[in-house]
Design a protein around this ligand. Structure first.
Ligand SMILES: Cc1cc2nc3c(=O)[nH]c(=O)nc-3n(C[C@H](O)[C@H](O)[C@H](O)COP(=O)(O)O)c2cc1C
Length: 369
């Protein structure tokens, strides 16, 4: 299947595996590339050395193109930008745009800039800043998410910009791909569906919690880091939601120290990058401080396999997923389903073709010829 997205990214299918912190590792990205999709390495939670090692590990497994996700506010963001350019990765993704000079450097190096946006105004701004394509994520999506559903946001953005779009938020199969294409997208991007694959490094006990979740239980709350984020409502999230502001602040400080130990960035460097984020006017001071919670509590669930005491960011679509296929099986099935969905739609044209796209008279045994 060829669309403007496959041409831009060099993938076989218009299906992106999005970045997910501690989950979209080199193996998952390589598996996606081998299966014809386009994967993003979760560089936003990696040190520069880990990003470099991740890029080499992907290249050792496949020649398929891939991208790197990064966060411009982490203390070492500039080093990750330099690595992406030196390594000539095919694309970069981000949710807060880097400055115009950094985007210009990517573009001069021929690297595709494909940010994720969750609101119309952010889509327009991202294109003005130089984005080559957009991942348009509706509110069903996992992790930080906006307020407008995919079915509304996608046509809104389609009408406003001309760059290729990947629809995200709520996709898991081929019927979804066809629906997105018919709404004007050039492909889809999925997080939760790839989290629930055999290659995903999430421990089995935590995967089981995702598989057991029902859509009503996958809610949006700002209690983790001060920004609306979609997560499974588990005991840990309930306790964050009922904590006092002082309790939340103390939890955030404890987690900030634990995270700085883990990354090797001093608490001072973390504070400075938080301050830069605050000064840039992107977030309130409370949000900036609370952002320290997310890395520790998410890792508790998705790395250490303790979903009861950790946080599980998740798209609502987890409520519809009940299996753990290999990435290659997932992609094969998805493209088969897309073919079947297109054939079925073709049959609705009322021009005498049946649902399989063949001539109705043949199907009904009409022998008039
Ligand atoms: C567990 C989890 C971790 C995520 N981590 C990141 C991240 O590090 N960077 C990012 O840009 N998006 C992150 N996201 C958002 C996804 O990349 C993607 O946009 C979203 O999952 C799409 O919606 P879906 O889950 O309905 O497919 C995360 C999502 C999940 C579920």
């Amino acid at each position: 299947m060829e669309t403007r997205l496959t041409t831009l990214l060099g993938s076989q299918y218009p299906v992106i595996q999005t970045a997910m912190g501690w989950i979209a590792d080199a193996n998952l990205v390589a598996a996606t590339g081998r299966a014809g999709g386009f994967g993003f390495l979760a560089g936003a939670v990696m040190s520069p050395a880990e990003v470099e090692a991740g890029i080499s590990a992907i290249r050792a497994q496949t020649e398929a193109p891939f991208g790197v996700n990064f966060h411009m506010y982490v203390p070492h963001a500039r080093q990750i930008v330099d690595i992406c350019i030196a390594e000539q990765v095919r694309a970069v993704s981000y949710s807060r745009s880097p400055d115009a000079a950094t985007i210009a450097r990517f573009k001069a190096a021929g690297i595709v800039c494909i940010p994720t946006v969750g609101a119309l105004k952010h889509a327009v701004k991202a294109v003005e800043l130089g984005a080559d394509a957009l991942v348009v994520q509706g509110s069903e999506g996992g992790g930080h998410t906006g307020q407008v559903a995919t079915s509304i946001l996608l046509p809104q953005v389609r009408d406003a910009v001309t760059v290729p779009l990947a629809a995200a938020g709520g996709f898991r199969n081929g019927a979804g791909l066809v629906a997105a294409l018919s709404l004007g997208a050039d492909g889809i991007a999925m997080g939760t569906r790839f989290l629930l694959t055999r290659e995903s490094p999430v421990p089995e006990h935590t995967k089981a919690q995702y598989l057991n979740a029902v859509p009503e239980q996958i809610i949006v709350s700002a209690a983790l880091d001060g920004l609306p984020q979609r997560m499974v409502l588990n005991p840990q999230l309930k306790s964050l939601m009922s904590a006092s502001s002082v309790g939340l602040l103390l939890t955030a400080i404890k987690n900030a120290f634990a995270f700085s130990k883990q990354t090797g960035d001093s608490p001072w460097a973390l504070l400075k990058s938080g301050w830069r984020m605050y000064r840039a006017g992107d977030d309130s001071l409370a949000t900036t401080l609370m952002s320290a919670n997310a890395p520790m509590l998410i890792q508790e669930a998705v790395v250490h396999g303790r979903p009861e005491t950790g946080i599980l960011p998740s798209g609502q679509v987890a409520g519809l997923i009940d299996n753990l296929p290999a990435v290659s099986e997932l992609m094969e099935q998805l493209m088969e389903e897309a073919g079947a969905a297109m054939a079925r739609l073709h049959g609705l044209r009322g021009d005498g073709t049946d649902s399989a796209g063949s001539v109705a008279s043949a199907a009904t045994g009409d022998q008039s010829d």
